[in-house]
Design a protein around this ligand. Sequence first.
Ligand code: SAM
Length: 278
Amino acid sequence: MQVWFTEDQTANLRISVRVRQVLHCERSPFQEVMVLDTVEFGRMLVLDDVIQTSQRDEFAYHEMMAHVPLFAHPDPRRVLVIGGGDGGVLREVLRHPTVEEAHLAEIDRRVVEVARRYLPELNAFDDPRARVFFADGIRHVEERPDTYDVIIVDSTDPVGPAVALFGTDFHRAVFRALRPGGIFVQQSESPFFNRDLIRRVQASLRTVFPVTALYWGVVPTYPGGLWTYSVATRGPDPRAPRAGAWEALRLATRYYTPEVHRAAFVLPPFVADLLPSG
Ligand code: SAM
């Protein structure tokens, strides 16, 4: 008998993956946490029936979330990841030797515990520079003005506790939590299916930060496969990777290169349409 998992990616679009085995399923205080062993994508973390990450395509997303801001910043030392309980973004952040402290603020302790067990290749939690806070990311930034060089939001879709992570009050708190020259990135969903959300996030960032931009990457398990990342800075140009830095580190990245970094900011017109004018 064949077993399939189906995610409703929009009201009118579904994706199905063939499942070898359900490795884990529980209800945490925040959401249903499931790990599937799938035929096409390997192990997959699913929260409230929404695919979060898979062994096959996780590198594409995690590398673009972490390396674009960390190579655009002149000297990233203190980094915060909000959400990201699977550990993938944290793992990429910690590949940068300038990073002295990498904090993760994840609201759901069970996501971290389950990912540690079933997705150990994403795990960087034991690095001595890493510190995990089981807390709402909004409170976390509100309580830490002038603290971080880079803040990355690797959140679930804008439902439940993630809704406020896409709003202007949060963006103001992020601005205050960044040190001068700081960089903020947040995953901002699909340019095919979440156009209003991207417009809202971009407009909100524009009211708070002097520099804002949008870049894109490919993630096959997310709706439409083409994904956006909204970025805002307190000065640096996010489009420009630090000259020679990636080469000097000899990072064996599978998606990110400095050329991919620059190219990711070249937007097809239907995506450029989502940016605020002027
Ligand atoms: N890469 C995935 C995606 O784009 O679909 C997201 C992965 S990560 C597992 C998302 C995490 O964000 C979840 O574990 C969830 O518990 C966490 N989260 C949602 N809202 C949050 C908040 N307000 N503060 C901290 N973590 C939050």
